[in-house]
Design a protein around this ligand. Structure first.
Ligand SMILES: C[S@@+](CC[C@H](N)C(=O)[O-])C[C@H]1O[C@@H](n2cnc3c(N)ncnc32)[C@H](O)[C@@H]1O
Length: 224
């Protein structure tokens, strides 16, 4: 078995424990406080998050899409692949080291998505990006944690609670979509989405492109 090699590590502000980037042969892993946040071998559901959303957006030209967070850039790459040349995509990433790692070590995994001129990066909490502007996004794609039941960062609960969902609702244009990735289902979250005015659909997707691997959940919540 090829041993893991640590490429870099960084402190995470407001978080106990560090974030690390490791490599084993062609496989990369990002871990935070000892738990895996993202692995380059499994990105079927991260791709699906963008593919399913882009297919459902009714407006076709001049779209604005917000993605939180960057991870290894697979969701971003899938959004670019399914978007027109005049779409603009903003990525909000909380941890500056993750953005740097994508430029230095990880970019090739998803076809160098940060080099695409349609992309801009905000190094901040996606909750802040959402609250800054109203009626602006055609889609907000959230893959910042394990899901509405967040484990990696307690503060991310705010995104999935009523106040966070209302902020996303206000930030979306009419007909816009809030898409949320999760490692498991959550009936209470579906109810909260409805209470905040969204029309929701829940889709089960496999972790790997091959249709194998664990089952993940994607909520597609539309603003009427
Ligand atoms: C599981 S990874 C995302 C994987 C990504 N979908 C991909 O295709 O590789 C989660 C990312 O969200 C970032 N993150 C966590 N909380 C965040 C927040 N509140 N705002 C912005 N980014 C956040 C993490 O640093 C990490 O880069």
């Amino acid at each position: 078995m090829i041993p893991w090699e640590e490429l870099d590590r960084s402190e995470v502000s407001g978080h106990e424990g560090e974030i690390t980037l490791r490599k084993r042969d062609t496989e990369f892993s990002i871990r935070i406080a000892g738990k895996e946040l993202m692995n380059s071998r499994r990105h079927g559901s991260e791709d699906a998050l963008a593919e399913l959303t882009c297919r459902r957006i009714k407006r076709k030209s001049g779209l604005r899409i917000l993605i939180g967070g960057l991870g290894m850039g697979y969701t971003l790459a899938a959004a670019l692949e399914n978007s027109e040349p005049n779409t603009r995509i903003t990525v909000s990433e909380l941890i500056p080291a993750v953005v740097r790692w994508n430029r230095e070590y990880l970019g090739h995994l998803a076809g160098m998505p940060l080099d695409d001129s349609r992309v801009s990066v905000e190094e901040e909490d996606v909750g802040e990006t959402i609250r800054k502007r109203k009626f602006i996004w055609d889609a907000i794609l959230l893959d910042v944690d394990n899901g509405p039941d967040g484990l990696a960062r307690k503060a991310n609960d705010r995104l999935y609670g009523r106040a966070g969902l209302r902020a996303s609702f206000s930030a979306l244009r009419p007909g816009g979509i809030l898409a949320v990735w999760s490692s498991g289902s959550d009936e209470a979250f579906t109810r909260r989405l409805k209470q905040c005015g969204f029309q929701t659909e829940t889709i089960t997707v496999r972790a790997r492109k091959s249709g194998k691997g664990g089952r993940h959940i994607i909520w597609l919540a539309g603003k009427p």
